[in-house]
Design a protein around this ligand. Structure first.
Ligand code: RRO
Length: 324
């Protein structure tokens, strides 16, 4: 793709490096970049997040792994990935050769804190990526005997603090939407050493086939994504912005530039495109162009002028207004 023809400055410096624009591809939607190589010019993007990497290879959950769920998608992939050894031997060399100049975060997942730390240690001496996104919020493969770490702030802090001492690279933490208030969870991630926070992973959901009375997904319940999740994600960014000062990455239900701008206004510095890429692999590029068009049309000179510019309730109502 040619550089976008715009007066708006889309680039920004974050985590000590330059992001040419604010639109990334979300974890689990582009493999390690190779899955979309033929469909779009990856280097036109702000960056990508890889499929979550586990210590051992994982075949994933039984099919079907993806079903429609109203204005949403439900998945239970089950963390299918080649495992740390093959990622180091095959994926990172490919990424180094083909994606140089693109900002890449490697998503990391595990059942116990030590697995996260061993993966970070295993990747640390290799090149081909900028930083990590700790996936503490997969709804389909929880930590041993419990909830995802992102639902337990004390446990989350332990994982993040342990990873923090192992690397100087940017460390993102990906949170789950299904908590009463995500603000304090984001605060816990920041306190433990996160450089940035990604909000949100998918929402636990279930689709039942009424004829067979069994789950539509092979594995039963799954994670809900797509437009139905967007308002949840935007609110999560808004809450996290109020409670933290690190850069935020907004993800959930973005299909066009307007959706992405909502996340930016709520306080996200970067956005990630997930489900919409499956329908149209060029969504991220279109979103980026649309942000630039919005900026040119409304006189926004640089992306930073949109970030956090949400003005609050349109017309705050008192419950007693109009009462006599
Ligand atoms: O692989 C999955 O089933 C999966 C993961 Br790791 C995740 O973080 N979120 C999701 O919806 N699915």
């Amino acid at each position: 793709m040619r550089a976008i023809d715009t007066n708006m400055q889309l680039s920004q410096t974050l985590f000590g490096t330059t992001f040419s624009n604010p639109v990334l591809l979300a974890a689990g939607t582009c493999g390690f970049g190779e899955e979309l190589e033929d469909a779009l010019d990856l280097r036109s993007l702000g960056g990508i997040v890889t499929k979550s990497v586990t210590l051992e290879p994982r075949a994933g959950n039984p099919a079907p792994r993806v079903v429609e769920a109203g204005n949403a998608m439900l998945n239970s992939i089950g963390l299918a990935n080649p495992g740390l050894e093959r990622v180091c031997a095959e994926k990172l060399p490919w990424m180094t050769e083909h994606l140089s100049g693109l900002q890449v975060f490697v998503s990391v997942a595990g059942h116990v804190p030590e697995e996260y730390w061993r993966i970070v240690e295993g990747l640390e001496s290799t090149g081909g990526f900028l930083g990590y996104e700790l996936n503490l919020s997969c709804p389909n493969d929880t930590r041993l005997g419990g909830l995802p770490f992102a639902l337990d702030p004390e446990a989350l802090k332990g994982v993040v603090a342990g990873a923090r001492v192992l690397t100087d690279r940017p460390l993102l933490v990906k949170l789950a939407p299904n908590v009463p208030d995500i603000g304090p969870v984001a605060e816990a991630a920041e306190d433990a050493g996160a450089d940035g926070i990604t909000l949100v992973n998918t929402m636990p959901g279930l689709v039942i086939d009424v004829e067979s009375r069994t789950a539509a997904l092979g594995a039963g319940s799954g994670g809900l994504s797509g437009p139905a999740l967007r308002a949840v994600g935007v609110n999560a960014v808004h809450r996290a912005r109020a409670c933290t000062s690190v850069p935020l990455l907004g993800v959930g239900g973005i299909t066009d530039a307007g959706d992405a701008i909502q996340y930016l206004l709520a306080g996200a510095s970067l956005v990630q495109i997930g489900t919409a890429t499956f329908a149209d692999p060029r969504t991220a590029q279109k979103v980026c162009k649309g942000i630039a068009r919005h900026g040119d049309r409304t006189g926004v000179e640089k992306i930073q002028d949109l970030i956090g510019a949400y003005q609050g309730a349109n017309r705050p109502l008192s419950v007693t207004e109009g009462a006599h």
